[in-house]
Design a protein around this ligand. Structure first.
Ligand SMILES: [Fe+2]
Length: 212
């Protein structure tokens, strides 16, 4: 690609009477090559060969399911961070800490699911605008909502993901992709079920001081 760098002969004539011209003060050899664009190595939605002994059809099916789970997991992760920042009220501190813990655990799942997609020969969804187009989790308002509403949104998002994960794990089992099945069941499903329990207990209407 063409870059506006001086040639070797131009550089060698850059100094006259001990003065260096402003244009020649930059060493092109030591400067980074900027503004580069080129063809994609692999287009989103296509499959590349990876020698892990799985048929293309199985890899393609599981990549598609994993990308949907990835988009929804990234959205749930960001929902936890939004609520970590915006939570208010008497339970502020415990929810602030719990939401951060779950955010970190979801972030770990995002990395594992994305790397599984790459391992299968696919392309992982990555950027926020693409995630926003793909996710099935409803968009919350920008403003702060009270804790019961925050928790309802989280529980609904968890359940949507859990249902998808069970279906994708079954598909992976049926098409012989044990690695994907293991990731979905051992990591994604179990983390989401456990987080659901921790969050759901906060909206059980118990007596605080006097029992019925
Ligand atoms: Fe924080």
């Amino acid at each position: 690609m063409a870059v506006n760098n001086p040639t070797r002969s131009e550089r060698s004539t850059s100094s006259t009477n001990g003065k260096v011209h402003a244009d020649d003060m930059r060493s092109s050899k030591a400067s980074p090559v900027m503004n580069q664009r080129g063809k994609e190595l692999q287009k989103y939605g296509t499959l590349r060969m990876i020698p892990i002994g799985l048929p293309d059809k199985a890899r393609q099916e599981n990549i598609e399911a994993l990308n949907q789970i990835l988009a929804d997991t990234m959205t749930l992760r960001d929902l936890y961070q939004k609520h970590h920042w915006q939570v208010a009220g008497p339970t502020f501190y415990q929810l602030h800490l719990l939401f951060e813990k779950h955010y970190n655990e979801q972030n770990e799942l995002v990395d594992q699911v994305a790397e599984r997609i790459q391992t299968l020969g696919g392309i992982s969804i990555a950027m926020a605008p693409d995630v926003a187009e793909m996710t099935s989790i409803p968009r919350p308002p920008r403003g702060a909502e009270p804790p019961p509403v925050q928790i309802s949104r989280l529980l609904e998002a968890h359940e949507m993901i859990i249902k998808q994960v069970r279906a994708a794990a079954k598909q992976a089992d049926e098409n012989g992709d044990d690695g994907t099945n293991d990731l979905l069941v051992s990591a994604v499903l179990r983390t989401n079920e456990l987080q659901t329990w921790f969050v759901a207990e906060h909206v059980v209407d118990t007596d605080l001081v006097h029992a019925d």
